[in-house]
Design a protein around this ligand. Structure first.
Ligand code: CAA
Length: 389
């Protein structure tokens, strides 16, 4: 697994004060402390490439071992050329590699992951690995209710038949999809449009449908107590931390728990440590929450089962599960994700608003002549995006 977030962020308490809102509304009410805001030299491609490089290095995997690369995103940089092709070029992946992009709002990465699992299980992988990257920049209009739920980042995962972190359980998955208009990004708009409170209800309806479908598919013998106590932890899609709390309350109520909040810290708390400092990263949000669980949980999760809930507006959702592998927590801790977050730079609100304005014209930005380093977006030349390696 690899994770990339922007080098800069906005403090939610500062944003609240600038908008004339009590800081408690954003920090406690939404459960977000900081949100990642990328500068103009960072985009979906650079975030994806940085996360993918970390995943390859952390697994000791050569680019030559990758036979499938899929990038899930709802922040595409082109109507035709996929983010995945840029990532292939930046990382030097082999030409004998199937490459494409998937889209279904925040579910796009999970769609790619499930497809990769089938590729591995079918034998088509022939020992090669799939590289799945979720990369997005969440963007709502300045001054809108969605503004404090922005964020940006990428999570990359290597999928193989010898998993080192999580063994995803074959057949144990429940899907729910429904055509709803809760959140969308029209082709003419860089900002997302959202029917905020309705989107929360759509998420909860999808959770209920997917969780019921999971239980039917898993077909496990009835047991004592709440069904969700079969999991050592639950990782929900996190548009903002409070949404995970609402999700957990709903799921435990479905389980017949009359004190549905009582298990929140035990089952969900660790998964929110990193997301609360990054904000919504759309496709990668649930996977950042998984990284958060594995890097911050103090108890040994080896051999324990984790429940995962992925939600994409529009909508498609999936509840699935995996078993934590020996050494997984040490591997993710070794990525030093919490320390990386402390090295970011805070933007003042005027600086943040300048960046938001500049991002509106990012696609026309002339490429700088000076070469940069480290997977940075330099601008466009002859309508082609130029990246520094
Ligand atoms: N101190 C503490 N808490 C406070 C407070 C204060 N001073 N003032 C308000 N609050 C609490 C409120 O009680 C509320 O908590 P509850 O939900 O538990 O009641 C919380 O702060 C938020 O307050 P509001 O509901 O009044 O906030 P809002 O109307 O301004 O907007 C929102 C909230 C709808 C989530 C908005 O931020 C939004 O539209 N966000 C984008 C959409 C989104 O993230 N939807 C999630 C589901 S869809 C999805 O998951 C896909 C995706 O990634 C987008």
């Amino acid at each position: 697994m690899g994770v990339a977030v922007p080098d800069t962020y906005v403090e939610l308490a500062d944003l609240a004060m600038a908008r004339g809102v009590a800081p408690g509304k954003y920090v406690e009410g939404l459960g977000v402390t900081r949100m990642g805001v990328p500068l103009v030299n960072e985009d979906t491609v650079t975030l994806a490439a940085r996360a993918a490089r970390m995943a390859l290095e952390s697994a000791g995997c050569s680019p030559e071992d990758v036979g499938l690369l899929v990038v899930g995103t709802e922040t595409a940089v082109d109507h035709s050329k996929p983010v995945a092709s840029y990532v292939q070029g930046l990382l030097g992946l082999p030409t004998r590699c199937r490459i494409f992009e998937t889209k279904h709002a925040c579910y796009g990465g999970t769609a790619a992951l499930q497809m990769a699992l089938d590729w591995v299980r079918s034998g088509s992988a022939k020992g090669r690995k799939a590289l799945i990257v979720c990369s997005d920049i969440a963007r709502y209009g300045v001054g809108t209710p969605g503004e404090p739920t922005q964020g940006a980042g990428a999570v990359a995962m290597l999928v193989s038949d010898t998993p080192a972190l999580l063994a995803l359980e074959a057949g144990k998955t429940g899907v729910y999809s429904k055509d709803v208009m809760d959140f969308w990004r029209p082709l003419y708009s860089k900002d997302a449009l959202v029917d905020g409170h309705y989107s929360v209800q759509c998420y909860l309806d999808a959770l209920e449908g997917a969780y019921r479908a999971y239980q039917e598919a898993a077909a496990e013998p009835a047991g004592e107590g709440a069904y969700s106590d079969r999991f050592a932890a639950l990782v929900y899609h996190v548009p903002y931390g409070k949404m995970s709390r609402k999700a957990h309350r709903h799921l435990r109520t479905l389980d017949g728990d009359t004190a549905p909040d009582a298990s929140f810290d035990r089952l969900v708390g660790n998964s929110l440590v990193l997301p609360s400092q990054v904000g919504n990263i759309y496709t990668g949000s649930m996977y950042l929450a998984l990284a958060s669980l594995l890097s911050t949980a103090s108890q040994d999760l080896t051999g324990q089962r984790v429940g995962l809930f992925s939600y994409g507006s529009g909508s498609c959702a999936e509840f699935f599960s995996g078993v934590v592998q020996a050494g997984a927590q040490e591997r993710v801790k070794a990525l030093g994700l919490e320390a990386r977050l402390t090295r970011r730079r805070a933007l003042s609100i005027p600086e943040y608003e300048d960046v938001m304005r500049a991002r509106e014209h990012l696609d026309e930005r002339p490429a700088a002549d000076a070469a940069g380093t480290g997977f940075r977006y330099q601008g466009t030349r002859d309508h082609k995006r130029i990246y520094a390696t």
